[in-house]
Design a protein around this ligand. Structure first.
Ligand code: A3P
Length: 311
């Protein structure tokens, strides 16, 4: 496939072109015990058989942990801080979403299979469901994790506004479902721990949303080194600037404003919603917070993994 043909496929796969009748709240079904949207399950074999290439870079996250933020950091580092180059296409085109399937658009796997190298790839899969070819090819992976409470709030608002996600119901019922892992991509706890335990077996850089928020420059430097790039102080400052919440909120290539409103209902919530650490205090009751802390303490014991839900 030549560049021009690929460009056409890319455009055809863009959420920007999804017909309204293809979008409805897809129900969740289980694959290997993990709840995923039905269209993904229908074509699961393609994901399992996906062929990674050695120079693929995978950005892996639990949904709403800061995927788009890390994508922009990575792309700007690779483009030497050149915003115009990073603005060549929306995030979801630059980083095809590997397991994503809608009934009418080419799937993530279809696009990636035809995409020229080096490929930038997004996934929300838990570690154990990532196609084994990534490990056989010794690919680099950047994982971003975010504290459970803010992650849950962000996912709740996203599920409300994204008309392809299951209806989150009330906040009270959602908090419970999230705690039990009965949401898309499964348990937050199992996800962050699974990737944490995998990080020393493969080339995985494990990043925390709260750390990036606290000191973006320090954390961007970590990503830069992991990617094997050298950037001048001036370029580094540009990356910090262009990846701030405000800059990304205003950037049509990162704020998902190109996705039609019948899919992302922006009257309900914006994709770039608040971008804060600690917004959970505005949602969780005291007893909901205590219930989370109890599960958190049980699950994290002995793992060495620590989150901050306030900074
Ligand atoms: P909120 O809903 O809390 O605002 P993902 O990209 O994984 O879907 O994650 C989306 C979350 O990351 C949203 O959180 C969004 O606002 C936040 N986010 C995106 N870009 C950000 C940035 N530059 N700085 C801080 N948070 C950012």
């Amino acid at each position: 496939m030549n560049q021009e043909e690929f460009k056409k496929l890319e455009e055809a796969s863009a959420l920007d072109n999804v017909p309204s009748e293809a979008i409805y709240r897809f129900p969740l079904e289980l694959v290997h015990g993990i709840p995923l949207m039905k269209p993904i399950i229908n074509r699961w074999q393609e994901v399992e058989q996906f062929q990674a290439r050695p120079d693929d870079l995978l950005i892996a996250t639990y949904p709403k942990a800061g995927t788009t933020w890390m994508q922009e950091i990575v792309d700007l580092i690779l483009q030497d801080g050149d915003l115009e180059k990073a603005m060549r296409a929306p995030s979801h085109i630059r980083f095809p979403f590997m397991e994503f399937v809608t009934p009418t658009l080419p799937s993530g796997v279809e696009v990636l299979t035809k995409m020229p190298s080096p490929r930038l790839i997004k996934t929300h899969l838990p570690y154990q469901l990532v196609p084994t070819s990534f490990w056989n090819q010794n690919c680099k992976v950047i994982y971003v994790a975010r504290n459970a409470k803010d992650n849950a709030v962000s996912f709740y608002w996203f599920d409300k506004m994204n008309k392809a996600q299951p209806d989150p119901g009330t906040w009270e019922s959602y908090v419970e479902a999230f705690l039990q892992g009965k949401v898309g991509w499964g348990s937050w706890f199992d996800h962050v721990i699974g990737w944490w335990e995998a990080k020393d077996k493969h080339r995985i850089l494990y990043m925390l949303y709260e750390d990036i928020k606290e000191d973006p420059k320090r954390e961007i430097l970590k990503v830069m080194r992991f990617l094997g790039k050298e950037l001048s102080e001036e370029v580094l400052e540009k990356v910090v600037h262009h990846t701030s919440f405000q800059a990304m909120k205003e950037n049509p290539m990162t704020n998902y404003s190109t996705v039609p409103s019948f899919m992302f209902d922006r009257a309900t919530s914006m994709f770039m919603r608040k971008g804060e650490v600690g917004d959970w205090v505005n949602h969780f009751t005291d007893s909901q917070s205590k219930a989370y802390d109890k599960v958190y303490n049980e699950k994290m014991r002995g793992t060495g993994l620590k989150f901050r839900s306030l900074i």
